[in-house]
Design a protein. Structure first.
Length: 576
């Protein structure tokens, strides 16, 4: 009993609890990971959008320079003092206006981005900070030569280290020519890597963010040592790499933002929570098992005592007592068992004292039954008497009376000797013929038609199924109608069902009377002992179950029709 309680606890409580906790932890782990992935994806989208739109601002600046007619005019006109048409004061004012428009406002609005204009026009005013002279040596340097060769197309240099040990990269393009093509002009944006680092550093907690070009070269990253180097994808093992390609815009074709998401922190935290829950659950289970051991020990000790007492009583030791007055179920069982033993002792005394009286009563009862049997009429005597009357009538030429007495004797013999409940349809129809012989003796105008296939005569039915239906048809429908009447019994099969109809063309019934008869037939009350409609219907239900159908159709002065439907799978044949 003790081990059964422990096993029950394990099956009902412990194992479902462990399964529930495991499923909960798995579901929680999945939910946390999904939420983290979603947050990281949103973060990546925000970083990529910030990087892209800041690049677009820089590219839009170069487009605005390309459309500035005052700037183009200033860079291409001759501003030499030797020219009498040139006003030096106007030239100075033009220079200040351009510098204020671009250099001062631009450098103040974009920290980490410096705009420089290069021109080969020797007559313009230059400060070598905002507007710088493009010397022949500078024009032949590779990066400047490429800018001039592309004629307005963007050119982005690779990252390089400046004199201040900061990392820079240049975005350059030529300034669109106006009416003159004598001078070469170019714009250069010197972009510090710190400009883009400021955009991604706020989102770089617990993750590494990389801005990559189409060749996977790192232009900016929260991992400072990787700036300017190639992004090595094969070096990423435990981390998760998430990327988003920036929209194509000028030099940004093929650029992307990559985020390396280490799973170690999330996994470590989840493992810590799992260990804590497992420790708590383990302690709970140990306490529960200890409690179950103590409880089962106390419970099984009292049950074993009760079982030992029952075993002694089984062995014939009735003088035993159980002392357990606890208020729980076992105490109530012990008190009930004690009261039962007291009652057994009392009954033993009563049975012993009444045994002689019972034997006396039994003897008197048997004597009364013997006298009753002796006073009963022997059926054989009755049948022999009827047979003597029949033979006497036949001897004196009264053949009709002789036949009627023979039919009556056969009916009585069939009703008295009920040795079997099921009889072949052939025998049931023989009984109907004997009964109709008697009825035609009374009513000559009554006739009967039997429509029964030969192969169905061996079907077995409950004894006296059809005779009560025929008797009802004659007594309630045909006797009261003047003139000739006909009774028809038809039997046929359809698919897996057997149909039996008993029809008459007698007086019939009103609808109200028909409903009353059907309700009485289907009543759930105990049927009377007489063999009537309700008795037949109840016996059919008993033998063939709910598949049996028995219906009544009737019309006033047109007759009555009773239909019985039985499933052939439930019907036995004479051979079976």
């Amino acid at each position: 009993m003790r081990y059964k309680l422990l096993l029950t606890y394990l099956i009902i409580v412990l194992i479902p609890l462990v399964i529930t906790v495991i499923l909960f932890l798995q579901r929680t782990n999945t939910t946390v990971r999904e939420h983290t992935d979603k947050v990281n994806q949103i973060t990546l989208e925000q970083i990529a959008d910030n990087v892209f739109y800041n690049w677009v601002d820089l590219l839009d600046l170069t487009d605005s320079l390309q459309q500035d007619q005052e700037l183009i005019k200033y860079l291409e006109e001759n501003h030499s003092p030797a020219d009498d048409t040139v006003d030096p004061l106007i030239t100075i004012e033009q220079f200040k206006a351009i510098r204020d428009k671009y250099d001062t406002k631009w450098n103040a609005g974009y920290k980490g981005v410096k705009l420089k204009l290069y021109s080969s026009n020797p007559s313009i005013i230059r400060d070598d900070t905002f507007i710088v002279r493009m010397t022949p040596e500078l024009m032949h340097e590779e990066w400047m030569s490429d800018i001039l060769r592309l004629k307005g197309t963007y050119l982005l240099s690779e990252p390089y280290q400046g004199s201040d040990r900061e990392v820079y990269f240049r975005l350059g393009r030529t300034v669109r020519s106006g009416t003159s093509t004598i001078y070469s002009n170019a714009m250069i944006l010197e972009i510090s890597e710190s400009y883009f680092y400021g955009l991604i550093s706020r989102e770089g907690q617990n993750k590494d963010i990389y801005i990559l070009n189409d060749r996977d070269q790192v232009y900016s990253s929260t991992s400072r040592e990787s700036v300017g180097k190639l992004f090595l994808r094969e070096s990423i093992r435990e981390e998760r790499l998430v990327e988003r390609v920036l929209p194509d815009r000028g030099v940004l074709q093929g650029w992307k933002v990559a985020v390396v998401l280490p799973e170690g922190d999330i996994t470590q935290k989840m493992n810590g929570h799992i260990r804590f829950i497992l420790w708590v659950m383990g302690g709970h289970m140990l306490l529960a098992v200890a409690f179950m051991l103590v409880f089962s020990q106390t419970l099984t000790k009292r049950l074993r005592q009760l079982v030992r007492t029952m075993a002694e009583i089984r062995d014939g030791k009735l003088k035993v007592e159980i002392q357990d007055d606890s208020r729980d179920e076992i105490g109530e069982l012990s008190r009930g068992f004690r009261r039962m033993m007291e009652r057994i002792h009392s009954l033993i005394d009563e049975v012993y004292n009444a045994e002689v009286q019972v034997k006396t009563v039994d003897l008197q009862k048997k004597e009364a039954e013997l006298r009753a049997l002796q006073s009963q009429i022997n059926p054989h005597f009755l049948f022999n008497t009827l047979e003597s009357i029949r033979m006497n009538s036949y001897r004196y030429g009264d053949k009709e009376t002789s036949e009627i007495i023979g039919s009556l004797a056969k009916l009585l013999r069939g009703s008295v000797y009920w040795d079997q409940d099921l009889v072949p349809l052939r025998k049931e129809l023989d009984t109907i013929r004997e009964y109709m012989n008697i009825q035609r003796f009374r009513f000559e105008q009554i006739s009967m038609d039997l429509i029964v296939p030969e192969e169905l005569l061996s079907i077995s039915l409950p004894k006296f199924t059809l005779q009560p239906l025929v008797e009802n048809a004659i007594q309630h429908g045909m006797e009261s109608k003047l003139g000739a009447t006909c009774l028809e019994i038809a039997v046929w099969r359809e698919i897996d069902s057997l149909f039996i109809t008993v029809s008459d063309d007698g007086a019939g019934m009103e609808p109200a009377k028909l409903e009353e008869v059907i309700a009485s037939m289907r009543s759930v009350e105990e049927p009377s002992r007489s063999i009537g409609l309700r008795n037949v219907y109840q016996r059919l239900l008993t033998y063939y179950g709910e598949h049996t159908r028995m219906s009544i159709e009737s019309a006033k002065q047109k007759g009555t029709r009773i239909v019985i439907e039985i499933k052939l799978t439930d019907v036995k044949s004479e051979q079976s």
